[in-house]
Design a protein around this ligand. Structure first.
Ligand SMILES: [Zn+2]
Length: 185
């Protein structure tokens, strides 16, 4: 049995959302079974980043919590408490929940990325390269944004709404309006 080099493990980790057939193209020396069992082992070995705060069985209650939740190379699955570079595939395969429902259930703002920092950086670099090479154009991206807006359920985290209400209350716009003042004379 060939040992897995750190490089191969990294390729696997960062592309874990791909079907195994595609992973075999990235890792031509590995069989289907070798890749499958390595994914299973890695799933069980992904450990919490040293400084990260665990939100498992706790609630995300502020935007500060959201920042903390997404600031490490691995991101925690709030359904089972395990850590991954990229969550959506795990959520679908293991918990049968999609990213939209997951964000609603755990009170995460609709645009919260469900991937670790390293994963996001690598994919941003890949995307920029595609744009640079003219493979993806800005029209494509606008189409994607429009689609995301249409599928968006207008969801905001409860603490975002609360903060909005507080700002409105604090400003008391209606009291400052000149029309209201005249009305009280
Ligand atoms: Zn999970």
């Amino acid at each position: 049995m060939k040992n897995w080099s750190n490089e191969d493990v990294e390729i696997l980790t960062l592309n874990c959302h791909l079907p195994i057939a595609d992973l075999m193209k990235l890792l031509p020396r590995r069989s289907y079974n070798a890749i499958y069992s390595k994914i299973r082992t890695l799933d069980d070995n992904n450990v919490k980043p040293l400084l990260a705060k665990s939100f498992f069985n706790k609630k995300i209650t502020s935007l500060t919590d959201v920042d903390e939740y997404i600031k490490y190379d691995l991101i925690q699955c709030l359904e089972c408490g395990k850590w991954y570079p990229f969550l959506p595939v795990h959520l679908n395969r293991i918990h049968q929940i999609d990213s939209i429902d997951y964000r609603i259930k755990h009170d995460l703002p609709a645009q919260t990325p469900l991937a670790g920092v390293k994963y996001r950086e690598i994919h941003r670099a890949k995307m920029n390269k595609l744009i640079e090479d003219g493979i993806v154009t800005h029209e494509h991206l606008e189409g994607a944004i429009e689609k995301a807006r249409k599928t968006d359920r207008g969801q905001r985290a409860t603490y975002e709404l609360e903060r909005q209400r507080e700002i409105i209350k604090k400003n008391q716009i209606w009291l400052k309006s000149p029309r209201t003042k005249i009305g009280h004379k």
